[in-house]
Design a protein around this ligand. Structure first.
Ligand code: AMP
Ligand code: GLY
Length: 415
């Protein structure tokens, strides 16, 4: 069973349905794309009812997509009823649920991150701002669905951000470099890294416009070198897993480090306690075997050492371009009919649904991020071309896409 109904969850369902050993996939609430793969239960429900559903449907393993049910304690509920589930406990999910908890944890675990000051009032925040050059980063403490971080370029912007996001805030040094999404799966003591991927957070081409949940992603095996991956594992991921265990809140599930690759090495911008969206779309697109084993390892169903797991991924790069509604992220327009998915898929792409609905028999837009058009090719340029050829088949009123997804990665193919 997959909890969630976005593009990430469609990609999970799509991959899991191809894994030998999976006889059926269900999702709650799911979306029209997932309902082509398995049954969906589109009612909005509380944590207890998810567990009831898992019991009733004799679900062998549940995977949670979004952070909200994790932070609310879904894993504790399932575990208390002996229902196998992949994800962190409520206590461990604080790594994403509270930025202040996370920053204090980075210090205790000696994990490299931006210098910061935590404050609990506007007065303290304005005082803290004096200790940082511009630009400066201001972060709301709690979950904010991607809207809780402002990079202020001027003192006036910084003061506005304090008033908008406060009172509990993290004021943070601005880090320069390329952003990387590094996700690993843990069973509480061991850690199995997935390949690094890269998201595109800003709404518009060339990283202009407001932050979004992510406008596209790619994964080509070149985003970090193997030496960099070793540093990320040794200095960031493993210390986090070890420290969580020492503190009595072992971390299970997907640990996603949002990293800045600075001149002084990788530094953590944030931890998420789940898979990324749209990073999952490209990660699942490349997986060819062993993903179910990883989930079972994380949930404690199998106990073989992580290093002996046999997973395999395709060597071709994958690219995912998100088609968003007009008005996203502030006020997405909905209710517009969508056409061209079959034509896009006939070109070899996979179209993952996110904010779609098929109520009334017509597929229409129902959210900010509508579709994730995903394709691969023998080179990154070929994967980009294949993805945008498929994107050009898709239509709905007000559709917005970035035209530069994965372009940053091309420089790594020149050498
Ligand atoms: P977060 O939710 O903490 O990942 O922040 C959202 C986005 O804001 C990140 O993906 C970065 O693009 C940007 N950001 C956050 N913290 C910093 C920082 N210290 N320096 C530069 N950019 C940042
Ligand atoms: N794509 C960013 C995230 O899932 O948080």
């Amino acid at each position: 069973m997959i909890i969630g109904g976005g593009g990430r969850e469609h990609a999970l369902a799509w991959r899991l349905r191809q894994e030998p050993g999976v006889t059926a996939v269900i999702a709650c609430p799911g979306n029209p794309g997932i309902s082509q793969i398995g049954r969906t239960f589109p009612m909005p429900i509380d944590l207890g009812s998810y567990a009831d559903l898992a019991e009733r449907e004799q679900v062998q393993l549940t995977v949670v997509g979004p952070e909200a049910p994790l932070v609310a304690g879904i894993v504790d509920r399932f575990t208390a009823r002996r229902l196998p589930i992949v994800g962190p406990t409520q206590a461990a999910a604080r790594l994403e649920g509270s930025k202040i908890f996370a920053k204090e944890f980075f210090t205790r675990a000696n994990i490299p991150t931006a210098r910061s000051i935590q404050v609990d009032s506007a007065v303290k925040a304005l005082d803290a701002l004096k200790h940082f050059p511009l630009p400066v980063v201001i972060k709301a403490d709690g979950l904010a669905a991607g809207k809780g971080v402002i990079v202020a370029q001027t003192p006036a912007e910084a003061e506005d951000a304090v008033l908008k996001l406060g009172p509990a805030l993290v004021i943070e040094e601005f880090l320069e470099g390329e952003e990387v999404s590094f996700i690993a799966v843990s069973n509480g003591s061991e850690l199995f890294p997935l390949e690094a991927s890269q998201d595109h957070k800003r709404l518009d081409n060339d990283d202009f416009g407001p932050n979004t949940g992510g406008m596209g992603a790619y994964c080509d095996g070149r985003i970090v070198t193997s030496a960099e991956a070793d540093i990320i594992m040794d200095c960031i991921m493993l210390p986090a897993i070890r420290r969580m265990a020492v503190e009595g809140t072992p971390f299970t599930g997907f640990l996603y480090a949002g990293l800045m690759m600075t001149a002084a090495g990788p530094k953590v911008l944030e931890f998420n306690v789940r898979l990324g969206d749209p990073e999952t779309q490209v990660l699942m697109h490349r997986f060819t075997a062993g993903f179910l084993d990883l989930l079972q390892l994380s949930a404690g169903i199998i106990t073989i050492p992580a290093f002996s797991l046999r997973t395999s991924i395709r060597s071709e790069p994958s690219v995912c371009v998100v088609a968003a509604s007009a008005g996203y992220p502030e006020k997405p327009r909905t209710g517009d009919p969508i056409t061209g998915i079959e034509a896009a898929e006939s070109l070899g792409a996979t179209v993952f649904h996110a904010g779609t609905t098929d109520a009334g028999g017509t597929l229409s837009t129902a959210g900010g991020r509508v579709l994730g058009i995903t394709a691969s090719g023998p080179t990154l340029q070929a994967a980009i071309d294949a993805t945008y050829a498929a994107v050009s088949q898709i239509h709905f009123t007000g559709m917005h896409v970035r035209h530069d997804i994965a372009r940053k990665g091309l420089k790594r193919w020149l050498t």
